[in-house]
Design a protein. Sequence first.
Length: 259
Amino acid sequence: MSAKKETLGKTVGVVVAVCLVCSIIVSGAAVGLRELQQANAALDRQSNILAAAGLLGEAKTKKEIGIVYDARVVERFVNLATGEYVANPAEGELKPYDMYGRVSKAPETSTKAEGSPAGFSRRANVASIFLIKDEVGVVSRIILPVHGSGLWDLMFGFLALDSDGHTIRELIFYQHKETPGLGGEIQNPEWQAKWNGKQLFSNGDVAIEVNKGDNRDDQYAVDALSGATLTSNGVENTLQYWAGDNGYGNYLKKQSWKS
């Protein structure tokens, strides 16, 4: 009987030891990979911003992406209620400011998006925006992060405007769960190209639409995606919200990047 107890005790001891060793290995790997994961996330964001700026072709390697980004992109922070620039809300913190993180959910750092057709309940009070500067330091494009509901979930992207604040140059969605071959065509370069030169506003009002049919000659409309009505509606609702007064509307009216 004592031998059986001794055997059971050894078995339990071995199992506990193995579990502890595995826990230490997993924890160590997680800590060790965290820096790499953060670096990859930053590189991905930089790549998408450069793509929206029309500059990704200038960078052939990961190192060059960082060099072009640092030379041409300036991140600013905007109070969406006033349209004014503010200090970096994450100044002094270990992680960069994330307008889609906890700040977009906490009542003290976010605002209810009541009645928003874009399909989310709250948005951060302060948004990150990205100014693209040319070789002499003049702002040539403004990159605005946007997000809104598609068919299955939220779609995240960047809207690139000329320095006039209303001419669209790029609309790039980098994260979504839309159906491949249908709503997933928001990432098709041919559809993305249809946005170039379209106008966001007409007489001060948000005018951009996504309609069925041929809209090549309509400066305020882009062709809807075939077989993806809800995704197309989601894109239109996303831009209607973020270009309006509850989004970047106040900032775009001030055109602070020109001062």
